[in-house]
Structures are given as structure tokens and as C-alpha cells.
Design a protein around this ligand. Structure first.
Ligand code: PRP
Ligand code: URA
Length: 208
């Protein structure tokens, strides 16, 4: 089954992406742009959440409405995924939150796990996995494996810039996981950075 890749063409998403890419963007504005882009893309990601029909009373009469019928879990891959949480949570403040701590070994580029804390009962939850950068795909593929091991069955990956390599790796390992992104970049450099990309997302976010 070929995996699903959705690259946004929304002008507001693309405007935020331009700010994120621009090396002149200072950390404060970078954080705001990441938050806004995550909310805009998150809206699309959550389009597929399960709903049910309901009825409410307006001041005039009863009205048929739609209500959410599934718990939502937002999971950030540390560190840079933290910058996406406020945007996604602004849409669903009641969502549960998980953290997966991974860093890339600078030589092998393989993800190294240092922290995992996830909500219980992921099996029926709509899980939105957030990491702004999908480079080699190693971190995202490992985070999805961890989520599946904990029982998650419905996972969507929300990124802001993806490389073709990363998309291919995630879809090879997890073909059922849709990937949403604001930009698809052609290549990686010899240090595993996305080119043109935006540089090191964690460093730009946290001014390290
Ligand atoms: C960055 C980024 C992703 C990962 C992507 O994290 O936030 O998690 O690299 O690269 P990959 O697709 O090749 O795995 P990093 O390891 O730099 O850790 P940090 O966020 O703590 O800086
Ligand atoms: N992590 C980043 O922050 N940027 C890249 O380009 C690749 C991995």
C-alpha cells in the first residue's frame, strides 16, 4: 500500500513556512510561526477524527450537531516537537499529551531514546505525532514504533518540513501512517540536515 503524503498548499501555512525557513527570523517569531503553522496543519490532520451525531437546544429549537467521538492524543518528539504542541492544543485543549525523547547520534544519525511518557489506552485514540523535521525519517519511524508497541492503532505524523528520504523511510516501515507537512524538500546534506530546510529546529526554537 503506498503511504499517504499530504503537502499543504494553504497560503497561510506557506507564509509561516517562509518565516521558519528565513535565517533572519528570531526565536520569538520562530516560535510563533511554528505554533501557527501547527494549528493550521493540525486542523487538516484532525479532519479524520471520529465524530457522532448529537442534538443541542438552541434558544429557538433543537438542532442536529456533530460532536467528537474519539479521544485525541498529541505526542511531541523532543525537543523540537514541543514547539508544535501549543498550536495543536489550541484546537483541542482537552487532548491528552505524550512525550517521546529522541536525539540523533551525530555520526550514525540513528535515533537514541532517552525518555518516553505516554497516556494510557492509546488503542482507540486518534494520535497526532508532532515533529517539525522529517529528515532521514529515523526519529519518526522509531517514535511510531514506540507508539504502536504501546497500543496506538491510529497515528498521523504532523511535520513542517519533510525530505523525500524521510517520507520514504516512514512509509516503508509504517505504510498506514499518513504524513502531513508544509514543505517537501529534495535532499539531505552529509550531516543529515534537510536542504534547503530551516537549519536545526530545536536550536532555533530554544535559542541554543
Ligand atoms: C531533530 C528533529 C527530529 C530529528 C529528525 O531532532 O527535531 O526529531 O532531528 O531527524 P531524522 O528524521 O533524521 O531522525 P534532534 O535529534 O536534533 O534532537 P533535538 O530536537 O533535541 O535537537
Ligand atoms: N533536524 C533538524 O532540526 N533539522 C534538519 O534539517 C534535520 C534534522
Amino acid at each position: 500500500m503506498p503511504g499517504r503524503l499530504i503537502v499543504s498548499d494553504h497560503p497561510l501555512v506557506l507564509e509561516k513556512l517562509a518565516l521558519l525557513r528565513d535565517k533572519r527570523t528570531a526565536p520569538e517569531e520562530f516560535r510563533r510561526a511554528m505554533q501557527a503553522a501547527s494549528a493550521l496543519l493540525g486542523c487538516e490532520v484532525l479532519r479524520a477524527v471520529r465524530t457522532r451525531r448529537a442534538v443541542v437546544a438552541t434558544p429557538l429549537r433543537r438542532a442536529k450537531v456533530v460532536a467528537l467521538d474519539q479521544s485525541i492524543t498529541v505526542v511531541a518528539i523532543l525537543r523540537a516537537g514541543l514547539g508544535m504542541l501549543p498550536g495543536v492544543l489550541s484546537l483541542v485543549p482537552s487532548a491528552r499529551i505524550g512525550h517521546i525523547g529522541l536525539y540523533r547520534n551525530e555520526e550514525t544519525l540513528n535515533p537514541v531514546r532517552y525518555y518516553v511518557r505516554l497516556p494510557r489506552d492509546l488503542a482507540d485514540s486518534y494520535v497526532v505525532l508532532c515533529d517539525p523535521m522529517l529528515a532521514t525519517g529515523g526519529s519518526a519511524a522509531e517514535a511510531i514504533r514506540i507508539l504502536k508497541t504501546d497500543g496506538a492503532k491510529n497515528i498521523t505524523l504532523l511535520s513542517l518540513i519533510a525530505s523525500r528520504t524521510g517520507v520514504g523511510r516512514v512509509h516503508a516501515a509504517h505504510p498506514e501512517v499518513p504524513i502531513y507537512t508544509a514543505g517537501l524538500d529534495p535532499k539531505l546534506n552529509d550531516k543529515g540536515y534537510i536542504v534547503p530546510g530551516l537549519g536545526d529546529a530545536g536550536d532555533r526554537l530554544f535559542a541554543t
